[in-house]
Write a protein that binds this ligand. Structure first.
Ligand SMILES: Cc1cc2nc3c(=O)[nH]c(=O)nc-3n(C[C@H](O)[C@H](O)[C@H](O)COP(=O)(O)OP(=O)(O)OC[C@H]3O[C@@H](n4cnc5c(N)ncnc54)[C@H](O)[C@@H]3O)c2cc1C
Length: 385
């Protein structure tokens, strides 16, 4: 219990990932007293390819992430079961490469600089709603908040405690940070590998970082048990079977599939992965985490009923993207598993599709807009949702 006379924070943000750190910074910048609670000791490792889609920077108001960027990717190299197929190049960066411990720490430091009180190694243990505020229990004592922003990721407990049924787990992902030889680092300079052929769907990736490669596989949750073997096979095909694995970790990804899946209740809002805001085509979630953080902060600062306002904003600005990405992913994997060679030939020769994908990554377009341009897209969307 918070002791008598204890401060009630305007907002307590749970989880110092991109969603939590961004929301906390925006709230504090607008004058809200904000506490950011993080379970782990910071900086903390997060299993993630660390590909920050270029459009994320617009959502971060043009923030300079160069202090923590380890380069960028402008080329996509497509292989099937490790066999090279083709490369496609964008004339501008598609994604910035980061290690999540440094990137998330950077965002958290910026939040602290704007006045947020940050407490790491402080897991939230329970939440009780108490009239006009929430009591949040931690090992170092309880705190009180008028608003809760739950940004505790795909495995966080907060949504459950708050009675908000969030998106179920829909894929398993596995990440290995590899100390790669110079030849491999040169080969993947500014280029990401996307390895296809996984069943029922999924892909392998290589993202280049400073002196190492982030290599991983994302696939159906049922494949979770074999994902480590699949990743080892992928590493061997890349010629990295003997390279030193610096860090190895698996993590689930959740996808919100419908506006019926709640993202808020009362004065508590779910952000980023906690709300299942990752897309089913690329399995990326950093841009959506930041976008939801902006929407959540706006709802708390400006709306009479933050939960309804936030839910409407998510349904209007993010859900159409998740729906379109899901349709594209289903079409793509259906083609790829039914006619693999035809699908690869089409992927190689229909440059329009690549230009559309690159526009989305760079924030010049959206999946929904690009999908709507395709003939029969509404029919495909109705059929495949
Ligand atoms: C293997 C893998 C690769 C990926 N690659 C990419 C990629 O390349 N690009 C991309 O855009 N997305 C990628 N994603 C998705 C991306 O990692 C997530 O979408 C993103 O991290 C979501 O950010 P978040 O802030 O919502 O949650 P998180 O980054 O997961 O942060 C949640 C935080 O909450 C903390 N927390 C949990 N419980 C508590 C508690 N009880 N109390 C206090 N704190 C708590 C956690 O310790 C954590 O720090 C990948 C995901 C996986 C699994």
């Amino acid at each position: 219990m918070p002791s008598h006379g204890q401060k009630t924070w305007d907002a307590v943000v749970i989880g110092a990932g991109p969603a939590g750190a961004t929301a906390a910074r925006r709230l504090s910048n607008a004058g809200a007293s904000t506490l950011l609670l993080e379970k782990q000791s910071l900086p903390r490792y997060k299993a993630c390819g660390g590909g920050v889609p270029a459009r994320t920077l617009q959502l971060l108001d043009g923030l300079d992430i160069s202090p923590v960027s380890e380069g960028h990717v402008d080329t996509i190299d497509v292989s099937r079961f490790g066999q090279h197929q083709f490369r496609k190049r964008s004339n501008r960066p598609l994604a910035w490469m980061v290690m999540r411990d440094r990137f998330d720490q950077y965002l958290t430091d910026l939040a602290a600089d704007s006045g947020v009180t940050v407490r790491d190694s402080t897991p939230v243990q329970s939440i009780v709603e108490n009239g006009g505020s929430y009591e949040i229990d931690t090992p170092t004592g309880a705190v009180a908040a008028r608003h809760i922003l739950a940004a505790d990721g795909a495995t966080g407990p907060t949504a459950r405690w708050l009675g908000i049924d969030s998106a179920p787990t829909r894929s398993a992902a596995y990440e290995v940070e590899v100390a790669a030889p110079t030849t491999a680092l040169d080969h993947w300079h500014q280029a990401a590998n996307v390895d296809v052929g996984y069943r029922p769907w999924g892909y392998g990736w290589v993202f280049p970082k400073d002196g190492k490669l982030s290599v991983g596989v994302v696939t159906a949750p049922k494949q979770g048990r074999s994902i480590r073997k699949q990743t080892d096979r992928y590493l061997s095909r890349l010629g990295l079977g003997d390279a030193e694995a610096i860090k190895v970790q698996g993590h689930p990804i959740r996808y919100r599939r419908s506006t019926n899946e709640p993202v808020a209740r009362g004065r508590a809002l779910l952000l980023g992965d906690a709300a299942g805001l990752a897309d089913e085509f690329t399995a990326e979630g950093i841009a959506y985490a930041v976008h939801s953080a902006n929407l959540a902060a706006d709802a708390i600062l400006h709306a009479a009923d933050p939960a309804s306002s936030y839910t409407r904003s998510i349904n209007r600005e993010i859900q159409p993207e998740l729906n379109a990405a899901r349709t594209i992913s289903r079409l793509y994997y259906w083609c790829l598993t039914t006619w693999p060679w035809l699908a690869l030939k089409m992927s190689k020769h229909v440059n329009y599709l690549w230009r559309a994908f690159f526009r989305v990554m760079r924030g010049e377009s959206t999946y929904a807009r690009e999908l709507a341009r395709l003939p029969g897209s509404q029919f495909a969307q109705d059929l495949l949702q």
